[in-house]
Design a protein around this ligand. Structure first.
Ligand code: TXA
Ligand code: MG
Length: 381
């Protein structure tokens, strides 16, 4: 039995116990099941709730859960119906492959055809953690999970709740970020609930995540290891372990018309509802430019916002001024960025400006996400 969900098909869960019977038609977001919301403290894991999550996942259901990067929307990676449900709940095009989450190296063997030496080195150094590696997939992984590709993205998260849940579910969880397609990835449970309540069986609330940006993705299937998505594990860190590491050109060059190698990177992403521009230049000029623009916009009756830093936040006079953190600590900036983009939506801000950041280290990931959020609108002053 199938239901139409935008352009996608939602397949009714095969198992009984799940309450999908009230479904008539699922367009956009419509509540069609009762979502259990449970708080789990990573340091004191509620084993009973984890067992329940494991049962749901084994039956083909969906559970949203915290990881150290962002919240994930999990389903059994080896069950093609679960993967279809993930695409439907997320409203995501089904050519955009999912990351398979595991908890140990033994599990990796079953889902890939070979583990190249570079992958072993990276796993030793960065797993469990915020790094995703692309391998050639084995037949154990359905094409529905990999968006039709013969490669598979694999990550071993370090978050204890995530790990307990993956183990309880049988070891393989496919999970995109737990937002509806196109919205900023959720770093707090509130936004998972906002996007997915009624569309998944369970949401695990583990508080604010630690990193705040999605994992670094590195492709190990070509001749030279290539970064497809920058993240907390930086190019320098990867180069230190592997020697030569390339970066997908489309990440570096905002004007590139080539398709990015990670299919998901081509979609408009992380975008707030209002219009966001990045203002780049000497700090004093950035502050005065943004304030001038805001004065004009306010006269027109537009609601304005600024993503500032601790160093400059007191100097702006828009309607909604938020500091993303101090320039001296980019990890804090990474952790707060997506939440702030969401808060502008909560406040119905129409026009936003953000300062720009260095592209070294984790700054490369911060600017990559900001550029996407801004639809590549950069103003040089
Ligand atoms: O930190 C993260 O990676 C989070 C947490 C939940 O683990 N997950 C996440 O998943 O960000 P998602 O689906 O939002 O982003 C996955 C990205 C997409 O851009 C997708 O196109 C790319 O990974 N990807 C997945 N499999 C791929 C493959 N076989 N080849 C190339 N890119 C792939
Ligand atoms: Mg995502």
């Amino acid at each position: 039995m199938a239901y139409s969900y935008g352009n996608h098909e939602v397949y009714r869960y095969w198992s009984n116990g799940l309450k999908c019977d009230r479904v008539k038609r699922i367009s956009k977001k419509e509540i069609y099941m009762k979502t259990e919301i449970v708080k789990i403290d990573e340091e004191q894991i509620d084993q009973e709730a984890i067992a329940r999550a494991g049962e749901i996942l084994k039956r083909g259901g969906l559970v949203a859960f915290p990881t150290e990067t962002v919240y994930g929307l999990g389903g059994d990676a080896l069950n093609e119906n679960s993967s279809r449900l993930i695409y439907a709940a997320k409203g995501r095009p089904s050519d955009n492959p999912l990351i398979v989450h595991i908890t140990n190296m033994e599990a990796l063997k079953k889902i890939v055809t070979e583990i190249p030496p570079a992958a072993r080195k990276l796993a030793e150094r960065y797993w469990p953690g915020p790094l995703t590696m692309i391998f050639h997939k084995s037949s154990a992984v359905p094409l529905a999970t990999t968006g039709g590709l013969d490669t598979v993205a694999v990550r071993m998260p370090s978050h204890k709740t995530a790990r307990a849940m993956i183990d309880a579910a049988g070891g393989y969880i496919a999970a995109p970020s737990a937002n509806r397609s196109g919205r900023p990835s959720p770093t707090v449970a509130r936004y998972v609930i906002e996007d997915l309540d009624g569309l998944v069986d369970m949401i695990i609330d583990g508080g604010e995540v630690n990193i705040g940006l999605e994992s670094t993705i590195i492709d190990l299937t070509g001749e030279v290891p290539t970064i497809l998505r920058p993240g907390y594990v930086t190019q320098d860190m990867l180069t230190e372990t592997l020697g030569l590491v390339d970066v997908d050109r489309t990440i570096l060059d905002a004007n590139s018309h080539q398709a990015p190698k990670a299919p998901g990177m081509k979609y408009r992403h992380y975008a707030p509802k209002g219009n966001l521009s990045i203002v780049e230049g000497e700090p004093e000029r950035v502050v005065s430019y943004i304030n001038e623009r805001i004065s004009v916009l306010q006269k027109e009756g537009r609601k304005t916002g600024v993503i500032a830093t601790d160093e400059t936040v007191a100097r702006y006079h828009g309607d909604d001024i938020k500091s993303v953190g101090s320039r001296r600590d980019e990890e804090v900036i990474a952790r707060h960025l997506f939440r702030i983009l969401r808060e502008f939506d909560d406040d119905n801000v129409e026009v936003m400006f953000t300062e720009s950041f260095e592209t070294a280290g984790i700054g490369q990931a911060i600017m990559n996400r900001l550029l996407k959020a801004a639809g590549h609108q950069v103003i040089q002053v």
